[in-house]
Design a protein around this ligand. Structure first.
Ligand SMILES: *Cc1c(COP(=O)(O)O)cnc(C)c1O
Length: 398
């Protein structure tokens, strides 16, 4: 296998997304190879011993590393501006491993309360079962982060923009508080995508993604990734992943690796369309509230201008008439499909209160901002006019 293409920081991000991390085999293939193999053979028992001891470079077993998975990790790390990345089977495996890798019994975690349902389960229900106390705060209130800190606080965790409310948190300010109290900040950056926001530059210690979303972008594979400094990954993440095995399949890594090449094209277009759609719907009589990061009426517009290079491919809409109104709207759509994925080439819409957030009590949902009329719209690659026509037609039926 030939050497990796050089990690030349003078190349632009789009260029690195096409070339970074490529490992060419002896055949000189143009498109990166899919190494669908569990393991590797060794020239000698001595070579095998040296690999296991880490004294000789090379691959061992796909639970720890695989050439195709490694190409994906190198490429996303380069784009994120991270020293190291580790791929996982799903986004939730990345979130769980990042938090488990940092915490042990007796520790405490503070998290923003506006979270994706599964993230909230891990923080508020799973970690406490292992002796890790958790406190959920209003992430937009910096005094709430400070006030929740205890001597044993080791981790801060947040999503920004949050799923599904698109609430935005001042990452640099929260990172500053984390540093002051000696906690590590983990940011779930799914909703901004790797294109629009760089939490590590804003002071976070670790970024996690569900690669299932914009990174795949075409609704095919599950995947996740954990990014941070080499030291962070080695100290907190490497051994946990290696020994517990929430590994990304080489096949999924190959799909996701090739998808990275088109990520900026897709996310730029989807964001541009989402901004036009948001403007077209704002003020509509059947919409009680529209939240779009990128519009001046977003509650955290000033923070967005500071920390995000672009808006979002997602729009949150509160439809008149609660659940009944939202369901009439969803059922009247003809082009936009009802589905719980996001970041897809196909525009998708979901009703969080009865899907991603259905397992919570009405009080918990209210605290997270998930009302009965809230719908989350993920804008795809269709023509803007077709989407707006579909949405306006469906709103008439509410
Ligand atoms: C989807 C999602 C996840 C989980 O990702 P999976 O790949 O489905 O496991 C985590 N966080 C956020 C914000 C998400 O939207």
């Amino acid at each position: 296998m030939s050497k990796r293409s050089s990690r030349d920081r003078r190349l632009h991000a789009e260029t690195r997304l096409v070339h970074e991390g490529t490992l060419r085999s002896e055949f000189g293939e143009t498109s990166e190879a899919l190494f669908l193999t569990q393991g590797h053979v060794y020239a000698s028992a001595e070579e095998c011993e040296a690999r296991f001891k880490g004294e000789s470079p090379g691959f061992l077993y796909a639970r720890f590393s695989n050439p195709t998975v490694s190409m994906f990790e190198q490429r996303i790390a380069s784009f994120e501006g991270a020293e190291a990345a580790r791929a996982t089977a799903t986004g939730m495996a990345a979130v769980t491993a990042a938090l488990m890798g940092l915490l042990q019994a007796g520790d405490h975690i503070v998290a923003a309360r506006a979270l994706f349902g599964s993230c909230r389960y891990v923080v508020a229900e799973l970690l406490p079962r292992f002796g890790v106390a958790s406190t959920l705060v209003d992430g937009t209130n910096l005094n709430a982060w400070r006030g929740a800190v205890r001597p044993e606080t080791k981790v801060f965790f947040l999503e920004s923009p949050a799923n599904p409310t698109l609430e935005v948190i001042d990452i640099a300010a929260v990172a500053q508080i984390a540093r002051e109290v000696g906690a590590k900040l983990v940011v779930d950056n799914v909703f901004s995508s790797p294109l629009w926001q760089k939490p590590l530059e804003l002071g976070a210690d670790c970024v996690v993604y569900s690669a299932t979303k914009h990174i795949d972008g075409q609704g095919r594979c599950l995947g996740g990734v954990i990014l941070g400094s080499e030291d962070f990954i080695q100290t907190h993440i490497h051994t946990l992943l290696r020994q517990t095995g929430p590994s990304m399949s080489p096949f999924n890594a190959w799909v996701l690796l090739k998808s990275l090449e088109t990520l900026p094209l897709r996310v730029e277009r989807q964001t541009r369309t989402a901004a036009i759609v948001a403007d077209a719907l704002a003020g509509h009589s059947k919409i009680r509230r529209l939240i779009y990061p990128g519009r001046a009426d977003h509650p955290q517009a000033a923070v967005i201008a500071r920390q995000m290079k672009g808006g979002s491919t997602l729009i949150a809409l509160e439809i008149e008439g609660g659940k009944a109104g939202a369901f009439r709207f969803l059922n009247a759509l003809e082009l936009i499909r009802i589905s719980n994925n996001l970041g897809d080439a196909k525009s998708l819409i979901t009703h969080p209160a009865t899907t991603t957030h259905q397992r919570f009590t009405p009080e918990e949902r209210a605290e997270m901002g998930v009302s009965e009329g809230l719908v989350r719209l993920s804008i795809g690659l269709e023509h803007t006019d077709d989407l707006i026509n579909d949405l306006l037609r469906a709103l008439k039926r509410v």
